[in-house]
Design a protein around this ligand. Structure first.
Ligand code: PMV
Length: 318
């Protein structure tokens, strides 16, 4: 099915358990659209920043028995649920047929509400498997593995600024993320949780429908290329205005491609629209603040450390 090769690597777990934490990532230049939906191969590059300390912690243990056992935030998941089935399908890519696991996964961000919990979830699971089997794969390979669980997960095997190279090969062996050699600790991401309910339509389905039916999707790859170049200039020059304008523009354009789909896709709640207006109005009043939004109603604020106290007066951040 894909290019995973475990040749010369341990086929049996080496430790009694594997364990890992992965931070979630927020795309400043979005991944929206696949050229291969089985391997999660994207049509464009994307660029993200990780959110320190917010993400998924996963422990994986080999067990005897006929089925896997999966706990999310200490609650046992039905093995029939679509979430459990996604995890099982992913594990089957790597393990011997009879091998079963108990998985304990804990998110300190809401699951499936557009806060990228699947990104940190599949990255943490990949890193935990690498630990359990003591494979010692490099990060590039682990990024490819995580991508098979959820596209954006390939960026969550690193911290900091990360670019996912779309690649061009059919087997996906050149589609992985790499960290950018940039440090900008003053740049802050604020999470605003307006709803932690599961989103009405998954990013997988929304992406597919957008590609198939949206009139404005045609312009998306060229727009990403332009935004990506601007965003990198902003990062290299530590130009916050250019970064904020570009990231916000890119998110607005992504949501426009969804609104132009049939049936239309609109993740906004009334609160989402109100927050976006508030950001615009505060900016007009001189506060340097921008926002971005993924496949869900929640908003992520972009601002500089010096303005944090002021931002916190206007918003209750997660
Ligand atoms: O990795 P997925 O299938 O959950 O897709 C994520 C898509 C966005 O969050 C909307 C954008 C991105 O680049 O993270």
């Amino acid at each position: 099915m894909n290019f995973i090769t475990l040749q010369n690597k341990n086929q049996q777990p080496i430790k009694s358990q594997g364990e890992a934490f992965a931070a979630t990532n927020i795309a400043l230049i979005k991944y929206w659209g696949k050229r291969d939906s089985h391997l999660n191969l994207p049509l464009t590059n994307s660029l993200s920043i990780s959110v320190d300390g917010k993400g998924t912690h996963t422990v994986i243990k080999p067990i005897t028995g006929n089925t896997d056992v999966i706990f999310v935030n200490k609650e046992k998941n039905s093995i029939e649920s679509s979430f459990a089935q996604r995890i099982i399908k992913f594990l089957d890519l790597f393990r011997l047929p009879q091998q079963k696991f108990e998985i304990q996964t804990e998110n300190n961000i809401p699951t499936a509400a557009g806060l990228a919990s699947s990104a940190s979830g599949f990255a943490a699971l990949t890193l935990a498997l690498n630990d359990l089997y003591d494979w010692q794969f490099d990060k590039k390979t682990l990024s490819i593995f995580a991508r098979l669980g959820s596209g954006s997960a390939c960026r969550s095997v690193y911290n900091g600024f990360v670019e996912w190279q779309k690649g061009s090969l059919a087997d996906g062996s050149d589609s992985f993320a790499l960290p950018l050699d940039i440090s900008w600790p003053e740049l802050k991401i604020g999470l605003l949780i307006l709803s932690s309910a599961e989103k009405p339509i998954s990013s997988r389905i929304a992406m597919q429908r957008t590609i198939e039916t949206s009139s404005s999707y045609q312009q998306w790859p060229a727009l990403v290329e332009k935004d990506l170049a601007l965003l990198k200039t902003a990062l290299f020059n530590k130009d916050f205005t250019l970064l904020g304008e570009t990231a916000e523009h890119n998110a607005i354009a992504m949501h426009q491609t969804m609104r132009d789909a049939h049936p239309t896709i609109d993740y906004d709640l009334t609160e989402t629209r109100a927050i976006k207006e508030k950001v615009k109005s505060l900016r007009k009043q001189g506060l340097p603040i921008y926002c971005t939004q993924d496949a869900g109603p929640n908003i992520k604020l972009l601002y500089l450390a010096d303005d944090e106290a002021n931002i916190k007066k206007h918003f209750s951040l997660f």
